[in-house]
Write a protein that binds this ligand. Structure first.
Ligand SMILES: Cc1cc2nc3c(=O)[nH]c(=O)nc-3n(C[C@H](O)[C@H](O)[C@H](O)COP(=O)(O)OP(=O)(O)OC[C@H]3O[C@@H](n4cnc5c(N)ncnc54)[C@H](O)[C@@H]3O)c2cc1C
Length: 261
């Protein structure tokens, strides 16, 4: 698997990304026109720390439109169709282009062997490799017999490698990373988002710091599959609510009511 951030470059991210988001935030509350706010931000008249402080506050408050103004374009290669099928389920604030199994007549389509099979019984691994090779050989035979690529591809397994270009705005990137960096996500797509996070960090440690499993900004885990607490990143919401109920009962014993909504 390979991920490269094609855009923005470090220079563009440094010079424009926080100022653009800052301009979006300030425009809401300022008498100044947006181009003047942007000029002050890019000329250093308003310092980076001050801009970042506002941007952080706005992001943490969930005012998401302000961070839709900046986008990231990633070249993603050597991932499986299993991964790409999950990735393209994201519909908002994101654009994909993917290698076509219809128009590309693969001379030799490649596939991935998952780690669990790498470490499994040798016979099982051999069988897996045979089945994949057979399917992909059959694909070649179908093409050779004049079956069009768009139909020959029906025999390709989920393990087949693919490439995509993904452009995503920061709001969507934070949302999708929240889901896909979660330990409940499938390992391959989780790995992809770890690499994506690494790439964003390389051009902007400040913006990269917002890419985290969704439990980190929430403060608790909302995944039903983690009721047993096997993932320790944040306590499950049931634990948090039970702790709150205990505090409420303690207060009631003392004749007080805790404030509620
Ligand atoms: C751990 C995990 C397991 C999963 N397992 C399965 C599975 O077994 N089967 C399966 O089919 N899918 C599965 N999914 C996919 C999941 O159901 C979503 O389709 C996918 O994560 C896309 O997320 P999203 O809906 O937030 O979409 P995005 O397109 O990223 O949307 C972003 C946000 O915009 C809003 N939004 C988008 N579209 C609409 C709309 N039409 N109406 C209203 N609001 C909208 C929502 O608030 C949404 O959260 C899984 C995902 C994860 C992370």
């Amino acid at each position: 698997m390979r991920v490269r951030l094609l855009f923005p470059t470090p220079e563009i991210a440094r010079e424009f990304y926080v100022p653009i988001i800052y301009t979006a935030c300030r425009t809401c509350y300022s008498e100044l026109e947006p181009d003047e706010i942007f000029r002050r931000a890019t000329s250093g008249q308003v310092g980076t720390a001050k801009q970042q402080e506002l941007v952080k506050r706005v992001i943490e408050s969930g005012h998401g439109s302000t961070i839709e103004h900046v986008v990231f374009t990633f070249a993603i290669s050597g991932v499986t169709r299993t991964l790409s099928h999950q990735l393209v389920r994201h519909r908002v604030g994101v654009a994909f282009d993917q290698q076509s199994q219809r128009y590309v007549n693969y001379k030799r389509p490649a596939y991935m062997v998952p780690g669990t099979l790498e470490g499994a019984e040798p016979a099982l691994r051999e069988r897996y490799v045979e089945e994949m090779d057979d399917a992909l050989r059959f694909y070649g035979e179908l093409l050779a017999a004049g079956i069009p690529g768009e139909d020959a591809r029906f025999v390709m397994p989920n393990a087949t490698r693919t490439n995509l270009l993904m452009t995503i705005n920061l709001r969507a990137l934070i949302h999708v990373s929240g889901l896909r960096l979660c330990t409940m996500a499938q390992w391959e797509i989780r790995r992809l988002f770890q690499l994506i996070r690494h790439e964003v960090f390389a051009v902007s440690p400040f913006l990269g710091s917002f890419l985290a499993p969704k439990c980190v900004p929430l403060g608790y885990c909302d995944e039903a599959g983690n009721r047993d607490g096997h993932c320790p990143i944040r306590p499950h919401k049931d634990v948090v609510l039970a702790a709150w109920a205990e505090k409420r009962d303690d207060a009631r014993r003392l004749g007080r009511e805790l404030p509620t909504l």
